[in-house]
Design a protein around this ligand. Structure first.
Ligand SMILES: [Ca+2]
Ligand SMILES: [Ca+2]
Length: 250
């Protein structure tokens, strides 16, 4: 019974490890990298900055240990995962708008779903954050007709492997399409624009704060860029740590 979650966690790790290796920064020789496993002590003491529908979240810029950190997409996931969290997945418009508000009012703290100021942090404008959104363009995604064309049907939340709505329409139950209508090439996102510049695919989903005069919106971005991030509780990792550490309080 305890082996199942571990197997799931490890499978998830390997399923996602391949692209990270292939995708390591074009000009770096960082060795192959894998998904991190949770660290029970860190899970028990994870930052709980705000809560939504039973999940805890934190924005790296508001947690002293990570306040000045900008990391690539996989490093961001791994920082979250050690806390039994993962990068945020915005499955609903409510959750999405909560993050949009956080970005917009980054000098404010969200606690118990209420904003209040906290003067210890500068009123820094958040230019962008990483989410767990990912294009299925790695090993295992080939021969999947349901994902073609990838720019429309190939996106999913890697935190829970849930498929996203087609990128050219508002997701079910949403009043708007969160993907930006513009970007580097002045066309709607995802546009894989960096591929034309240096051959790197834009396979990761970032929320950008008005970078293209487009308000706060979703963009496909190359995964090697370094950004602050938002972590969200991972039920999979919390369940795994709970089932393997009797009596732990998470
Ligand atoms: Ca979520
Ligand atoms: Ca783009």
């Amino acid at each position: 019974m305890m082996l199942v979650p571990l197997a799931v966690v490890l499978l998830a790790a390997f399923a996602n490890a391949e692209p990270a290796i292939n995708e390591a920064r074009p000009h770096s020789n960082r060795p192959g990298r894998f998904l991190s496993l949770p660290i029970p002590q860190k899970c028990a003491n994870r930052p709980k900055q705000f809560n939504f529908r039973g999940h805890n979240y934190f924005y790296s810029g508001h947690v002293p240990a990570h306040a000045n950190q900008k990391v690539d997409w996989l490093d961001a996931r791994n920082i979250c995962r050690e806390y039994c969290m993962d990068l945020i997945s915005m499955e609903t418009q409510e959750e999405n708008n909560m993050i949009f508000r956080l970005i917009q009012q980054s000098n404010l703290f969200l606690t118990n779903n209420r904003f209040h100021t906290k003067s210890v942090f500068p009123s820094d404008d958040v230019p962008y954050i990483w989410t767990s959104g990912r294009l299925c363009d790695f090993k295992g995604c080939e021969n999947r007709r349901d994902l073609e064309p990838k720019s429309l049907y190939g996106w999913f939340w890697s935190a829970n492997r849930e498929k996203m709505a087609p990128t050219n329409q508002a997701p079910n139950g949403w009043g708007f399409n969160p993907w930006s209508q513009t970007g580097h090439k002045k066309v709607r996102q995802p546009d894989n624009a960096e591929y034309d510049i240096n051959g790197t695919n834009e396979s990761c989903l970032s929320v950008l704060n008005n970078v293209y005069n487009d308000g706060i919106a979703w963009h496909d971005v190359a995964c090697y860029h370094e950004k602050p991030f938002v972590c969200e509780d991972s039920e999979e990792l919390l369940n795994y740590v709970a089932s393997t550490n009797r009596g732990i309080r998470l």
